[in-house]
Design a protein around this ligand. Structure first.
Ligand SMILES: [Zn+2]
Length: 218
C-alpha cells in the first residue's frame, strides 16, 4: 500500500491515507479532481492487495438490513458481536488444527460510534456473554487509521461490502469475494442479516442454504 501511495505523493507516501468513501467521492486531496474511473481504479488497486495477499489472509464482514431489526436492536452492536464471534470461531478452528494463536481486535480510533466505544469498554463482560473471548489476547485496541495501512484496508473491505449490499454494486466486493473465511464452500467470514434469507442470492446466504455439512454455527 505504501508503494501504491507513492503514485499519489512520491515525496511522502505515508501522508496518503486510503479512505474508501473519500476516494469514491473524490472530495479530498489527493483524490479531488480525479476522473471517476481513476478513483474507482484506486479502490480496486487497494482491494487487489488483499486479493493477492498471503494464502492465510482472510476477511470478515457483516451486512445488516436496518429495516429487519427490532426498535430495541442496535445494528452496530449486532455487527460487532457477529464479527467478534466469527473471528473467535476462526481462531478456535485454527487451534483444533494445531495452530494455537491468539487474536487481536483493532478498531479505528476516529470512529465516533458511541456503541462501539461502549462495547469495547465492556468487552470482557460482553464477550463472555457472546462466547467470543476464549481465543482473544486482549480487549479491542483503538488505533489512528492514518498510521495503519491494515485499518485502511479494513475500511476498503467494509466499503466494498457496503456497495455490494446497499447499492447493488459488486465490482469492488468481487475483487475480495474469495477472501472471506470459508471451509468446504461454506462461507463463515461473511454474514447477511435481513428478513428474507431464504430467497437472497448473495454469497453468504447461498452458502448457508446450499452447504449441509461443515457448519460452525447458525
Ligand atoms: Zn444475503
Amino acid at each position: 500500500m505504501d508503494k501504491l501511495a507513492g503514485n499519489f505523493n512520491s515525496q511522502n507516501p505515508t501522508d496518503v491515507e486510503f479512505h474508501a468513501s473519500e476516494i469514491f467521492s473524490r472530495r479530498a486531496a489527493p483524490w479531488r479532481g480525479m476522473a471517476t474511473g481513476d478513483a474507482r481504479g484506486v479502490l480496486k488497486s487497494v482491494l487487489g492487495i488483499a486479493h493477492a495477499s498471503y494464502a492465510s489472509a482472510c476477511c470478515f464482514a457483516c451486512a445488516i438490513e436496518k429495516s429487519s431489526l427490532r426498535p430495541d436492536q442496535d445494528c452496530v452492536a449486532l455487527a460487532f458481536e457477529d464479527i467478534c464471534q466469527r473471528f473467535d470461531l476462526f481462531l478456535a478452528r485454527k487451534s483444533r488444527e494445531g495452530d494455537r494463536e491468539r487474536g487481536l481486535i483493532i478498531l479505528d480510533r476516529s470512529t465516533e460510534e458511541t456503541s462501539i466505544q461502549r462495547l469495547s469498554r465492556d468487552f470482557r463482560r460482553l464477550g463472555t456473554q457472546w462466547g467470543a473471548v476464549r481465543h482473544l489476547a486482549d480487549t479491542p485496541l483503538f488505533i489512528d487509521s492514518k498510521a495503519s495501512r491494515l485499518v485502511q484496508m479494513a475500511d476498503h473491505i467494509a466499503y466494498a461490502v457496503f456497495r455490494r449490499y446497499n447499492e447493488g454494486d459488486a465490482q469492488y466486493f468481487d475483487v475480495i469475494a474469495h477472501r472471506f473465511d470459508e471451509t468446504d464452500g461454506r462461507i463463515h467470514g461473511l454474514s447477511h442479516r435481513h428478513s428474507a434469507p431464504q430467497t437472497c442470492t448473495c454469497p453468504a446466504c447461498l452458502s448457508r442454504r446450499f452447504t449441509r455439512f461443515g457448519s460452525q454455527q447458525d
